[in-house]
Design a protein around this ligand. Structure first.
Ligand code: E4P
Length: 217
C-alpha cells in the first residue's frame, strides 16, 4: 500500500520523506489555508520534496474554470495530480484531463456508485473519505470494501486512495481490504512506528548490553 501524507506543512513532508516511506502528498484548500502560505508556491515546494504524486485541488465549481485552474497547476511540476470534486463538472474535467495524460484525484467520494463514476471518468485516484463517513454514523471502511469489489470486478485501473484517515486502525483496515493508497495526517503516520513493547524491549537489550562492557567498532 502506498503512503501519502495529508498536509501542506513542508517541514513535516520533508521529515517524512527522509524516512524513505513516503509515496506522495495530498493537500486540500483547508490545509493550504492552515499553512498560511500562497497556494502555488507551497505546491511547487512540495513537488520538489517528493517524487510521487502531489494532489492540488481546483476551487472552481464549473468545468471551464476548473480546466483553466488545472492548466495553471499542471505547469508547476510533472508530479502534480489535479484534484477535482466528485460532481458532474468535476468528472467532466477528470475525463478531459486524464485523456490528456494528466493524473487526477477525484475527491469527496462518499458512495461506491460515485467511485464507479470516477473510474469510468478515468480517475487516477478515487478518494473515499472514511473519517467523515464514520462521523455521521456510517461505516467508512465498508465503503472501501465495496469499491474494492467493484473495481476488481471490472479491472478498473483507478487506485483507491483512502482519505480522511483519523487513526492507525483506519490504515490497518485499509491494508487488509487491499486499498492501493492511504493518505493520513503526519501524526497518524508517526503513530504507526510506535509500540510500548518495542520501547521496553530496547531498554532491556541496552541495559543487558551495558553489562557486557563492550562497544561496537
Ligand atoms: C484527502 O485528500 C483530504 O485532504 C483529507 O483526507 C480530508 O481529511 P479530513 O476529513 O480529516 O479533513
Amino acid at each position: 500500500m502506498k503512503f501519502f501524507v495529508d498536509t501542506a506543512d513542508t517541514q513535516e513532508i520533508a521529515d517524512l520523506a527522509a524516512t524513505g516511506l513516503l509515496d506522495g502528498v495530498t493537500t486540500n484548500p483547508s490545509l493550504i489555508a492552515k499553512s498560511g502560505r500562497k497556494f502555488l508556491e507551497v505546491v511547487e515546494e512540495i513537488c520538489g520534496l517528493v517524487d510521487g504524486p502531489v494532489s492540488a485541488e481546483v476551487v472552481a465549481l464549473d468545468h471551464d474554470t476548473m480546466m483553466k485552474e488545472a492548466a495553471i497547476l499542471r505547469k508547476i511540476a510533472p508530479n502534480v495530480c489535479i484534484k477535482v470534486p466528485l460532481t458532474v463538472d468535476g468528472l467532466k474535467t477528470c475525463k478531459k484531463l486524464s485523456d490528456d495524460g494528466c493524473m487526477v484525484n477525484v475527491t469527496l467520494c462518499f458512495s461506491a456508485n460515485q467511485a464507479l463514476l470516477a473510474a469510468k471518468a478515468g480517475a487516477t485516484f478515487i478518494s473515499p473519505f472514511v473519517g467523515r463517513h464514520d462521523d455521521i454514523g456510517f461505516d467508512g471502511m465498508q465503503l472501501i470494501s465495496d469499491i474494492r469489489i467493484i473495481y476488481d470486478n471490472y479491472d478498473f485501473a483507478t487506485e483507491i486512495l483512502v482519505a480522511s484517515v483519523r487513526h492507525p486502525i483506519h490504515i490497518l483496515e485499509a491494508a487488509k481490504i487491499g486499498a492501493d493508497v492511504m493518505t493520513a495526517p503526519p501524526a497518524v503516520i508517526r503513530a504507526l512506528f510506535n509500540h510500548p513493547l518495542t520501547d521496553k524491549g530496547i531498554q532491556g537489550f541496552l541495559a543487558d548490553w551495558a553489562k557486557t562492557g563492550q562497544t561496537i567498532g
